[in-house]
Design a protein around this ligand. Structure first.
Ligand SMILES: O=c1ccn([C@@H]2O[C@H](COP(=O)(O)O)[C@@H](O)[C@H]2O)c(=O)[nH]1
Length: 304
């Protein structure tokens, strides 16, 4: 999977993920008036239409989408309908599809999560795909037996995972920065990620088992880039959380690979900044973000 992700980024010359954390409060008034937003079903129809319009506007320039499950679960079964339809449409448009669910549990249950998002669910006599994502985010807190079922699914199905290593939120350091046996927890998790992914290295030297590294901690991003040369980064925290610009140079490697950067609210609500229609404004913001990241990559190349 990782080779396909890298090639998609290179085809679009853009290491950006469109984050589909879509909620009805983001809809501009004119768009909102087309749906019955007093019901889950109307909200789901609106979310599907909003996502499709954004994907239609951005598929030529952005290689991947990240669908944040929480924003679909909050609309109940209808939200899951919107989630499934968004995955289907994203695939039709050629996006690499990441699901941000931060899943984990004991091994047996992790196997069920892996079947749900990356693999196949056994039915009487045959298997079927529930939600056919390319990538899933995974929480490492339960240790190896909670992660290996996802790694097995990556192997069997040519999929990928991003394991939480250094998250973008303000209190991420409360546990992740604790020093244990001479290294921080996030460094230790990073080393485990290398271990988990060592049999899944693709032709560019990166593994299907990647890491989530927050844009809001650029120093740790650069440190982890040096420590974990085979680990590809999903970098959330751009825009609305304050991350971005040349600070992100250290997340990339000397050839400009190694990371893809997510932006959700700054693209979903770009019309509030740029004016005009929400899809056109998202396109303008995606172009600006691509230029911003191109500067970060150029700086990284200069330094190598
Ligand atoms: O460390 C992390 C891990 C995941 N996220 C998720 O990424 C997006 C960010 O949304 P923005 O609107 O661009 O801030 C959201 O789905 C988070 O749950 C993260 O932010 N940090």
């Amino acid at each position: 999977m990782i080779d396909r992700l890298i090639e998609a980024i290179e085809a679009k010359k853009n290491p950006t993920v469109l984050g589909l954390d879509t909620r009805i409060e983001y809809f501009p008034e004119k768009f909102a008036s087309g749906f019955d937003l007093t019901t889950f079903s109307g909200a789901a129809d609106g979310i599907i239409a909003y996502n499709k319009a954004l994907m239609d506007a951005l598929f030529g320039t952005v290689p991947a989408v990240k669908i944040q499950l929480a924003y679909y679960e909050m609309y109940g079964l209808e939200g899951l309908r919107a989630f499934a339809e968004t995955i289907g449409y994203a695939k039709k448009k050629g996006f690499v599809v990441m699901v941000d669910g931060k899943r984990n549990d004991i091994g047996a249950t992790a196997t069920a999560y892996a079947a749900a998002y990356l693999g196949e669910t056994p039915l009487a006599g045959e298997n079927a795909r529930a939600f056919d994502a390319d990538y899933l985010t995974v929480n490492p807190y339960l240790g190896s037996d909670g992660v290996l079922p996802f790694v097995e699914a990556c192997k069997a199905q040519d999929k990928g995972i991003f394991v939480l290593v250094k998250t973008s939120n303000p209190s991420s350091g409360q546990l992740q920065d604790l020093v244990v046996e001479g290294e921080s927890i996030y460094q230790r998790v990073g080393r485990l990620v290398v271990e988990w992914g060592k049999e899944l290295i693709g032709k560019y030297g990166y593994s299907d088992v990647g890491a989530v590294v927050g844009a809001t901690y650029p120093e740790q991003g650069a440190e982890l880039r040096r420590l974990l040369p085979s680990v590809f980064f999903l970098v959330p925290g751009y825009g609305a959380q304050g991350g971005g610009g040349k600070e992100l140079a250290g997340c990339f490697d000397g050839s400009g690979r190694g990371a893809i950067v997510n932006a959700s609210r700054s693209l979903l609500c770009a019309y509030k900044k740029h004016g005009g229609d929400f899809d056109e404004a998202a396109f303008a913001e995606a172009k600006r973000m691509r230029e911003d990241l191109a500067e970060a990559v150029a700086l990284r190349r200069e330094r190598s």
